[in-house]
Design a protein around this ligand. Sequence first.
Ligand SMILES: Cc1cc2nc3c(=O)[nH]c(=O)nc-3n(C[C@H](O)[C@H](O)[C@H](O)COP(=O)(O)OP(=O)(O)OC[C@H]3O[C@@H](n4cnc5c(N)ncnc54)[C@H](O)[C@@H]3O)c2cc1C
Length: 448
Amino acid sequence: MEYKVIIIGSGPAGIFAALTLAELGVKPALLLEKGRDLNERERAKSEDMLCGWGGAGAYSDGKLTLSGEVGGLLGEYLDKEALRKVLGKADEIWVAHGAPTQVYGDISPRVQELADRARLASLELIPTRIRHIGTENCQRILHRLRKSLEGRIEVRTGCEVKRVEEENGEIRGLTLADGTSLKSRVIVAAPGRSGAAWMKSQADALGLTTKASAVDIGIRVELPAPVLKEITDITYESKLIYFSKTFDDKVRTFCMNPYGEVVIEKNGDIITVNGHSYAGRRSDNSNFAILVSSAFTEPFDDPIAYGLYIARLANLLGGGAIIQRLGDLLAGRRGTRERIDRCLTRPTLGDATPGDLSFVFPYRHLLSIIEMLQALEKLAPGVYSRHTLLYGVEVKLYSNRIQVSPELETEVRNLFAIGDGAGITRGLLQASASGILAARAIAERLVS
Ligand SMILES: Cc1cc2nc3c(=O)[nH]c(=O)nc-3n(C[C@H](O)[C@H](O)[C@H](O)COP(=O)(O)OP(=O)(O)OC[C@H]3O[C@@H](n4cnc5c(N)ncnc54)[C@H](O)[C@@H]3O)c2cc1C
C-alpha cells in the first residue's frame, strides 16, 4: 500500500499536520512516533520525557505564545498577517481541545507603563500575549487531540523511522528501525529537539543545506513570588532583553513561571535545569531563566558542543544541577547545604547540589548574568537580593536549521521539515502552526 503522506513524530508539529490533513481530506495518511503512547508515558523515565504521543509538549509548561515575534522563526517565511492568521488557527485548535480562554499580556496602559519603566532600567520589554495551559493540563488536551484523529489518520507509536528514501530528488518512502519499508508520496519530518541529531543525519545523507543554530547558556533564577508579582500579574511572562555593559552580549529573560517550580531536565546523559508552573497549584516562588547569547570567534562553528560542554562541567562539579545563593556567588563563597537552609527563598528543587557556579561559567557569561540581575533590580526591587537562588545550568540548544521554502518543503521534492527538529520553531504554538502550514501546502498539491 502506498500512503499519500507519512508524518514522522507526534509532537505538536506532527499532530497539527495530521489534524489539518484529516480536515482537508488527504488520505491515507500515517503518523509514526518512536516513543510510547500518552497513557503509557511516565514523566520520571528519561526516554518518556521528550518522546511519545505529544512529544516534548506532554510535560511542558503549556504556555502558548500568541505573539509571532517569540517562539520560532516562522516570521521569516510568512508576512505578518499570514503569520498572525496561522498562529490564530493553531490557537483556535488548542482552545477547542481544552486550552483556557484567558489570555495574559494584552497591550494595555499598564503594559505600556511597564515597558517605559523597563527602558529606564536599560531593559527592553517585548510585550507577549500568552495563554497558559499549565503543565498538569497538557496531557488532557493531548489526549483529546489524539481522540480527534481516531479513524481519520493511522497512528503507530513505538515505531521509529530509520531512514527517509528518495530517488532523483523526490521522496519515495521510508525505512523503519525494524527494517520495514513504507511507500509514501509525501513525508513530513517533525522529529523535535530530541530527534535533531537524526534529522541532521538525514539532511546530510540527502544533501540538504543546513545551518548551525546559536546556543543560549544561562541560569534559572528563583525568588519569592511577591518580588515579581507586579510584572507577572500584568504580563504573566515578560520577555526582557538587555545588552550587557561589559561585553555587549544579548541577555534575556526566558520562560517565567509565576508561583512555579524549578525542575531538572535530562538531555541524554546531561542534566540541566528548567522551570514550569501548574494552572491549579501554587508554590511561594517564581522562577525564570536568564540566558546569554554570544557570537563566537572564528573558526569555531559548533555552538551546541560548547553549550553541552558547559552543562557537562556543571554535572562534573555538582553530580547534576548546582544551586547557589546570589549573595554567596557575589561574595566568592560556595553554596553549602547549611547556607541554602538559611536562605529566605525556599528552593522548590530539592535535587540540586549546593556549589559554586563561578567554576562553571566563563567570566563573560557570569558577568553578563550579574549585570542583567542588577538591571532587573531597578524594575523589580528584590531581584538582586542575596537570598535570590541561582540554579545552573540552563542551556537552550536549537536544532540545525534545515533550508526550506515558505511552504516548509526541503530541497528534496515532497519532503517537508517542520517544528523544533527542523530548527524552524522553538515553542508549542509555532510548532503547531508549522504543521498546519505544511499540511495545507500538501493538500493543495495532492487533492486537486
Ligand atoms: C520542560 C519543557 C517545558 C516547555 N515549556 C514550553 C512552554 O511553556 N511553551 C512553549 O511554547 N514551549 C515549551 N516547550 C517547548 C515545546 O515543548 C516544543 O517547542 C514543542 O514540543 C516542539 O514540538 P515539535 O512537534 O516540533 O517536537 P516534539 O514535541 O519534540 O516532538 C517530536 C516527536 O518526534 C518523535 N521522533 C523523533 N525522531 C523520531 C523518529 N526517527 N521516528 C519517529 N518518531 C520520532 C519524538 O519521539 C517526539 O515525540 C517546553 C519544552 C520542555 C522540554
